[in-house]
Ligand binder design. Structure first.
Ligand code: R1P
Ligand code: URA
Length: 289
């Protein structure tokens, strides 16, 4: 039995941070960083049956062309993704009454699709484009706490990147769901996403502060790993994808990160129509589900 200090339920039986009941979870979950983006998704729904919020976690549940969908905001950063992924999984794979993990044959695998914004690292990943993440690379510390199993290729990339960036720790590298990427990412740029524990220094931005490594961005842009699977390079920056992919692998959920490119760090541009780029990605994804 899982003690109430670990599986924390609110007085109405909902899970601690998300404030949701098992009934609020559809088998396909759309996640966004910005709480205001939840309505930008659900305005396309035929009907909305539930709206709730707690802290940065806003949730709408409804139907799009007859398909029941849950759309949920996560806020920013992989520390929030630790909460979101563990609580979503608990909502479907833990019996709240008995406080026990459901037997393996009863466990559900969710489809979780992140619809987020992102900055490009490469000149040929232009603002206004959409990118589906193949591999995510985490510079954050989340996987210091879980026994993630990485493939040989993932470990090689992580080791080389640690050397290139002269980091005191190895990043973690995880491939996301090929199935979802093929279904929802068709026609998009396929890329490898660097998940950073911050928007400024960790993404090489300098306002008033110097960086430890003045050539940090160039090191990321020029990083290449050659393998039998081809050439690996980093294409874009954001703040959640690696946490999603790693926890998805550990918990047995299919996860895909889709990125609307709103900034380009190679050319110095920021999209004038960032909201329209995100809207186009939302509409295209809904139509393909
Ligand atoms: C930073 O501005 C935020 O934008 C990106 C980053 O991952 C970070 O959360 O995603 P969202 O637009 O989904 O929040
Ligand atoms: N989100 C990020 O994390 N970085 C960017 O450059 C743009 C959006």
């Amino acid at each position: 039995m899982i003690p109430s200090s670990e599986l924390i339920l609110n007085p109405d039986g909902s899970i601690y941070h998300l404030n949701l009941l098992p009934d609020h979870i559809s088998d396909t979950i759309l996640t966004v960083g910005d709480p205001a983006r939840v309505a930008q998704v659900s305005r396309h729904f035929d009907s909305v049956e539930f709206e709730g919020s707690h802290r940065e976690f806003v949730t709408h549940v409804g139907y799009y062309r007859g398909k029941r969908l849950t759309v949920l905001s996560t806020g920013m950063g992989t520390d929030n993704i630790d909460i979101v992924m563990n609580e979503l999984d608990a909502l479907v794979n833990i019996d709240f009454m008995a406080r026990t993990v459901r037997p393996a044959e009863e466990r559900l695998s969710l489809r979780i699709i992140r619809l987020g914004t992102s900055g490009s690292l490469q000149a040929d990943v232009p603002i206004g484009s959409m990118l589906a993440t193949e591999h995510a690379v985490g510079l954050d510390s989340l996987m210091q706490f879980y026994p993630l199993m990485e493939t040989g290729l993932e470990t090689e990339i992580a080791t080389e990147l640690q050397q290139t960036l002269a980091l005191p720790f190895a990043p973690y590298v995880v491939r996301g769901s090929d199935l979802l990427r093929e279904q929802l990412g068709a026609g998009m740029i396929m890329g490898n996403t660097l998940t950073c524990p911050g928007f400024y220094g960790p993404q090489g931005r300098r306002l008033r502060l110097d960086l430890r490594q003045p050539d940090y961005i160039a090191r990321l842009q020029n990083f290449r790993h050659q393998s039998a699977e081809g050439e690996f390079r980093l294409s874009n920056f954001e703040m959640e994808t690696a946490g999603y992919y790693a926890l998805g692998r550990l918990l047995g959920h299919e996860v895909l990160s889709l990125n609307a490119i709103v900034a380009n760090r190679a050319t110095g541009e920021f999209a004038e129509n960032a909201a329209a780029v995100v809207d186009a990605m939302i509409e295209q994804t809904l139509q393909r589900l």
